[in-house]
Write a protein that binds this ligand. Structure first.
Ligand SMILES: Cc1ncc(COP(=O)(O)O)c(C=O)c1O
Length: 265
């Protein structure tokens, strides 16, 4: 059996007609930028999020950059950022000339460690980036109506993994007391992560490393002067993490197959 890590074809198939109709309308009204589609998305997304306004932009990086500009963050300011996240979480601070201050992550939630964070706050701290990386959902216009059911399916798949994976060397993500994950990622840990990933691939299962390098070890941030060992929780996770397939389109048999294959490792 083949279980892909991500399968956009499967995700798009049920909404293909709606997507093509939407593209056709966009091509026909000929709006070069902004236009009714963006307005409709902004209105629908604001409503879904329970906020009064929403501004559509071209990328996550751009959104963070614009927020930094709006907050007038600049030279002399410090921005605290978790050391285990996507690199765009830090780029924006550099774009506006602020000083990046990395903080380690919590070993259970894999997100910013509040204790580490507190120790880093100074009177120059202008912003704190709290990346909800391991439980965040995003959506576009056509996908908005299905957001809730897809999230519920991810949570169901997450429960199946938590109940089904029984392996002494595999560390499972712990459900948190203070919140519920949408399982944007289902990230396990194993001391021989690369061997496990190859074994899964040999059995037709796609698993990915999100992320292999903590930000303070990225060469582009060498100038900040951080060293190996500065953020041990991030470094340990980067060396051991493996994200399993958890897209909502996966069938029960596929998840069971992944569980059986993992338990037989
Ligand atoms: C934490 C985080 N922020 C932002 C992004 C996306 O940034 P962009 O849309 O600029 O590629 C990603 C994409 O993987 C991400 O994981």
């Amino acid at each position: 059996m083949k279980v892909p890590f991500i399968d956009l074809q499967r995700a798009h198939q049920p909404i293909k007609r709606a997507l093509l109709d939407a593209f056709e309308k966009t091509i026909e009204h000929g709006g070069y930028c902004l236009g009714p589609d963006v307005t409709a998305f902004e209105t629908a997304f604001a409503k879904e999020q329970g906020v009064s306004r929403c501004v559509g932009v071209g990328s996550g990086t751009e959104a963070l950059h614009l927020i930094a500009c709006a907050m007038e963050i600049g030279p002399g300011d410090e921005v605290i950022i978790p050391s285990f996240t996507f690199i765009a979480s830090a780029w924006f601070a550099q774009y506006v000339g602020a000083r990046i201050v990395f903080a380690d992550i919590d070993p259970v939630s894999y997100t910013l460690d509040p204790v580490a964070l507190e120790a880093l706050i100074t009177d120059k701290t202008k912003a704190i980036v709290v990346t909800h990386l391991f439980g965040q959902a995003a959506a576009l216009n056509v996908k908005l109506p299905a957001l809730r059911s897809k999230t519920e399916r991810r949570q169901e798949l997450g429960r199946r993994y938590l109940d089904g994976i029984r392996h002494s060397d595999i560390e499972l993500p712990q459900p948190l007391e203070w919140g519920r994950s949408v399982y944007h990622m289902f990230t396990i840990q194993h001391p021989e992560r690369d061997r496990l990933r190859t074994y899964l691939a040999d059995n037709g299962i796609g698993a990915d490393i999100v992320y292999p390098h903590p930000l303070h070890r990225q060469p582009c941030f060498n100038f900040l002067g951080y060293e190996e060992g500065d953020f041990p929780v991030s470094e340990r996770l980067a060396n051991r993490c493996l994200s399993l397939p958890i897209v909502p389109e996966l069938a029960d048999e596929e998840i069971e197959y992944v569980i059986e294959t993992l338990n037989a490792f």
